[in-house]
Design a protein around this ligand. Structure first.
Ligand code: SF4
Length: 267
């Protein structure tokens, strides 16, 4: 008799990584390998994390002044975002850092964390803060698993129809007025996401042995057809796909690109 498979938790980060390259997913999440970040990118990541923390405190009605420190850019960025977001000017129900779980199967749990969920009687708005400029190419963001998974899980775990749900990214920078990009969710999109999730989960399961162990080497993307994925991957040296002396810096760039608060328009 075979043992039941252990429950697996997947976030949008897992899904993005696996879809881009299963080998990368294995290195990043199963083996938890990582390269050291460039100090400049590390600083940006730290600033983004602090921004999220303080926004959460603000939305919970807690004092943020004692935590602002000597960085005036943080104060300006928070004030600019609070002034810009229409849902923060209303009395609608708001939940900051709202975590939702969706049991996709007996083995799989999908997890999302909304920076802010605004709930109205006949609508729900998912808001997400990004501490980088609005990307010139929004097509990539539209296909990102965060954009897909966040509304999907909300619809599956509530009474809202897809057409009653929207997701808005707010791009916050220290020297500019915040910009936004809104996605109005639809029933066809919802069914497309369901199909993509089914396909990915099936692929992932085929790489899992009967006893739940993943002792296989996950497939790498084709070196020629997926040149871009390898070119900016932090594991290109390990995969023997490094190209010349810039390999390490490219790897660092891509590693940063995978972090929640940092992205690169070149992705
Ligand atoms: S270098 Fe290429 S094949 Fe190797 S993990 Fe990265 S994307 Fe995948």
């Amino acid at each position: 008799m075979s043992l039941p498979l252990p429950l697996q938790t997947l976030t949008q980060g897992h899904l993005n990584s696996f879809e881009q390259c299963p080998r990368r997913y294995q290195y990043q999440y199963l083996e938890q390998l990582a390269a050291p970040l460039d100090p400049e990118f590390q600083n940006r990541t730290d600033w983004g994390s602090q921004f999220h923390l303080l926004m959460q405190q603000y939305l919970l009605g807690l004092a943020i002044a004692p935590h602002l420190g000597a960085d005036p850019t943080m104060t300006q960025a928070i004030a600019a975002l609070v002034a810009a977001v229409p849902q923060l000017q209303t009395h609608a129900t708001r939940e900051a850092e709202h975590r939702r779980l969706l049991a996709w199967s007996e083995q799989l749990l999908l997890v999302v964390v909304y920076d802010l969920l605004v709930i109205e009687r006949d609508r729900a708005h998912i808001l997400d803060w990004k501490t980088y400029p609005k990307p010139p190419n929004l097509k990539q963001l539209a296909h990102n698993w965060q954009t897909l998974l966040y509304p999907f899980v909300l619809v599956e775990t509530s009474d809202y129809e897809p057409e009653q749900v929207s997701m808005t990214y707010w791009f916050v920078q220290t020297d500019k007025t915040p910009e936004s990009w809104r996605l109005d969710y639809t029933t066809p999109q919802h069914e497309q996401v369901r199909t993509r999730l089914c396909n990915l989960w099936t692929q992932l399961q085929t790489l899992t042995t009967d006893d739940g162990q993943r002792d296989v080497v996950f497939p790498a993307v084709d070196a020629q057809q997926h040149h871009q994925a390898c070119r900016f991957c932090p594991f290109q040296v390990r995969c023997q796909r490094a190209e010349g002396e810039n390999a390490e810096s490219r790897g660092n760039a891509q590693q940063v690109a995978t972090l929640p608060e940092i992205t690169l328009s070149s992705m």
